[in-house]
Design a protein around this ligand. Structure first.
Ligand code: HEM
Ligand SMILES: [Ca+2]
Ligand SMILES: [Ca+2]
Length: 291
């Protein structure tokens, strides 16, 4: 059972240490907020929020396709924040908890909502590469997205709200080349402008997931979908004459409805299968199991 007061006596400065580290890093480079948020998602969807994504085994999760596009800067910033937390409270605060708090603080630093993060997760002692198949690819259909989220007990509203994370951050051309060259449910001028920097065969060059406000955590992601300006195939699937259309429209029209649904869904995602009590360990270095 997680609790928001978990570190109140064992490490009272844990939360302020994390938030000042995240705030400083995001002020220097806005994308870091997005990269930390995505790390938490890629952790929780693979065997639960246990920091398994951070273990850099050569045959681990990080080498699987969905994780090959995680921004290396996110790992660097994360490691430096963990080092700051270790300096004030050695061996107390888990990597999985820091990830959950850093994801929230990154959203807040970019103007998004805040929420209370329940704490007390412990860190895995193994990486789970096979389970990265629980992360839906950007080629997913609406039906495939719904199935991937329902496997995690997240409903359609949660799914649409969590996808609003794509209001910040960047994607490599190889994640959306098929959408801008071969799909028809995309604004032609938008597709044309993206093709300048993204060959049909794909590449590593970057485009913002939300071309309107790439560094603001707002509801522009949904207004983009209404005009067929979703960057990923999977983004535009949420507004493509299907069951999610009405939720997309309502989040586009009502920013508060989005931020409240996002916060609710982040809490649910952050509670996925945590290790607690004496399970797992508190890793000293997040990238390796304690030796
Ligand atoms: C609905 C299923 C989802 C799919 C198919 C998906 C797919 C992707 C892809 C392909 C990228 C770009 C990777 C690259 O090419 O560099 C990306 C980036 C990103 N995703 Fe998702 N994603 C999904 C859900 C989520 C969720 C639930 C969150 C967080 C709550 C999230 C947060 C992000 C962020 C913040 C970025 C930008 C990261 C950065 O700039 O470093 N995504 N996602
Ligand atoms: Ca995990
Ligand atoms: Ca935005």
């Amino acid at each position: 059972q997680l609790s928001s007061t978990f570190y109140d006596t064992s490490c009272p400065s844990a939360l302020s240490t994390i938030s000042s580290g995240v705030t400083a890093a995001v002020a220097q480079e806005a994308r870091v907020g997005a990269s930390l948020l995505r790390l938490h998602f890629h952790d929780c969807f693979v065997q639960g929020c246990d920091a398994s994504v951070l273990l850099n085994d050569t045959s681990g999760e990080q080498n699987q396709i969905p994780n090959q596009t995680l921004n290396p800067r996110g790992f660097d910033v994360f490691d430096s924040i963990k080092a700051q937390v270790e300096a004030v409270c050695p061996g107390i605060v888990s990597c999985a908890d820091i990830l959950a708090v850093a994801a929230r603080d990154g959203v807040v630093a970019l103007g998004g909502p805040s929420w209370t993060v329940a704490l007390g997760r412990r860190d895995s002692t193994a990486s789970f590469p096979a389970q990265t198949s629980d992360l839906p690819p950007p080629t997913s259909s609406l039906q495939q997205l719904l199935r991937a989220y329902s496997k995690k007990n997240l409903n359609q509203t949660d799914m649409v709200a969590l996808s609003g994370a794509h209001t910040i951050g960047q994607a490599q051309c190889l994640s959306f080349n098929d959408h801008i060259y071969n799909d028809t449910n995309i604004n032609p001028a938008f597709a044309m402008s993206l093709r300048t920097n993204c060959p049909a065969s794909g590449s590593s060059s970057l485009a913002p997931l939300d071309a309107m406000t790439p560094t603001a955590f707002d509801n522009a992601y949904y207004t983009n979908l209404l005009s067929q300006r979703g960057l990923l195939h999977s983004d535009q699937e949420l507004f493509n004459n299907g069951s999610a259309d009405s939720t997309v429209s309502s989040f586009a029209a009502n920013a508060a409805a989005f931020t409240s649904a996002f916060a609710t869904a982040m809490v649910k995602m952050g509670n996925l299968s945590p290790l607690t009590g004496s399970q797992g360990q508190v890793r000293i270095n997040c990238w390796r199991v304690n030796g």
